[in-house]
Design a protein around this ligand. Sequence first.
Ligand code: KIV
Length: 281
Amino acid sequence: MTTVLDVQRYKDEGKRFAMLTAYDFLSARILDEAGIPILLVGDSLGMVMLGYPTTLPVTLEEMLHHARAVSRGARQALLVGDMPFMSYQASVEDAIRGAGRFVQEAGMHAVKLEGGGRVVEITRQLTEVGIPVMGHLGLTPQFVHQMGGFKVQGKTDAQAAQILADARALEKAGAFSLVLEGVPSKLAAEITHALRIPTIGIGAGPATDGQVLVFHDMLGLTTGKAPKFVKRYANLAEEIARAATAYAEDVRAGRFPGPEHEYTTNGSTPAKDPNEVRYGG
Ligand code: KIV
């Protein structure tokens, strides 16, 4: 099983690594079996799974529901639960109780928190009680209103210096890794070089130790123009539409179900494959 020590070793040995988001049992199992070392149950699920306009409405209960499903599907990956907006900002006690639920009830191995400042102390205290923390700086979607939109951060010298200072403080507080989102490549390279812990980039260029993408973006399930930093490795939205149309046409034309899909009255028809997925009776 991948642990936080392995993630540190990747950096120490100069091995780049991938992280992907996962939000449900089956996709977690596929990604886990494909050897993705870190699965993040990101609060981006609010947008891609639940249809919210931002990640702000996502609740701790919603996150735990998805995290439980992911942990039932994954065997090898390090599982990181994303602390949603307002589950950790108000007090260290809220943060410890919420993060504790991710570990105790949902099988997560670590949590991720957005921001620097007061999150540094929360990181220190979570680490102290044995809950590994992944930091997250730069374009932090939970700060969307303060940033005035989803905008690249760290473009000015002052902003860049603040992000670097927060990164150092999070490392010092015990964070085991740091997501850098939506920052200029040069700044991500500087932070990656300055830190002992691994950085994981999304829209942060090629110099970070790891990369992360949102599952639905990477597979082309999100439609429309993708953000610049997304690489689509498949076009599943088109593939799903094609399959659904073909199915509906088969039903209309009487081609589905065929004889191979029927049960007969002469004898039982046990499933040939014990792994055959069955829903209901
Ligand atoms: O919520 C999420 O999926 C994230 C990643 C994009 C880093 O925070």
